[in-house]
Design a binder for this molecule. Structure first.
Ligand SMILES: [Cu+2]
Length: 260
């Protein structure tokens, strides 16, 4: 039964794809559970933005309903109601209120952007991320010592992609490099992604970002989030968060050779 076999294969591959989609619950505004301190900042900004947007929606809908119910043309009177023009208080109100709203959004966005792009200059672990068509190469540096680079190839399951091992409760710096086209480094559970753009200067803020990992050991899927060619969707990788002792052991057994 080739059709049944094909169907079984299709179902198997469908489930294989589904397992790298993080669980998104309504309580977190459909975002996955974050694994970095910075992810927590994004989560609060997201929640706040939704609360503000929903509150605005409630006020606007209430005003529309109020106008419909209490300000309709009376049947008995055929003429137009008094026409009001140049109502200064009203015009002030609908100029100032949106200005205040945009300013509030801007304030919180600017404040959080500062946190998300902060440069501590003394991370515990530095990861050189090299994006290429179509996978990733990760080189981890701890206390000035490099580990052997982990190089991947295009895969259809993130567990078969290159794996980046990182310790929990540590400050990690990602340095982004690309020699071909624009890619985007994205671990959904970090609630953050950053384009990897070829040719921008070494010390440019666009070349790196830092995260503080939380105590949430596990294996998390990562992907390229910028359409970069035919195998873009197969640029999958994983991040494995491990306790410090396990990380130390990983570093000890994967030390780059002295020839480097
Ligand atoms: Cu890519």
């Amino acid at each position: 039964m080739p059709r049944a076999a094909a169907l079984a294969l299709l179902l198997a591959s469908a489930t294989a794809c589904a397992n790298d989609v993080p669980e998104a619950n309504l309580g977190r505004g459909l975002l996955p559970e974050h694994i970095t301190t910075q992810g927590g900042v994004v989560q609060s900004l997201w929640n706040g933005a939704w609360i503000a947007a929903l509150a605005t929606g409630v006020v606007v809908i209430a005003l529309i309903v109020w106008a419909c119910l209490f300000h309709t043309k009376r049947k008995a009177k055929a003429e137009l109601p008094p026409q009001v023009r140049y109502n200064l208080p009203i015009e002030m109100l609908y100029t100032l209120v949106p200005l205040v709203m945009v300013s509030v959004f801007f304030f919180f966005t600017a404040r959080d952007s500062e946190v998300l792009t902060a440069d501590s200059k003394n991370p515990d672990v530095t990861v050189k991320v090299e994006a290429f068509q179509w996978s990733w190469r990760f080189t981890t540096t701890v206390q000035g010592k490099d580990t052997k680079p982990v190089t991947g190839m295009p895969v259809s399951d993130y567990k078969q992609g290159p794996q980046l091992v990182l310790p929990v409760n540590k400050k990690i710096r990602f340095e982004l490099n690309s020699d071909d086209v624009i890619h985007s480094f994205w671990v959904p559970e970090m609630l953050f992604k950053r384009d990897v753009i070829p040719g921008i200067p070494e010390d440019s803020p666009g070349r790196f970002f830092e995260v503080d990992t939380l105590n949430k050991p596990g294996v998390y899927a990562g992907r390229c989030a910028e359409l970069c060619g035919v195998d873009h969707s197969r640029m999958l990788f994983s991040v494995k968060l491990v306790p410090q002792a396990e990380f130390d052991q990983y570093i000890a057994t994967n030390q780059a050779g002295s020839a480097q």
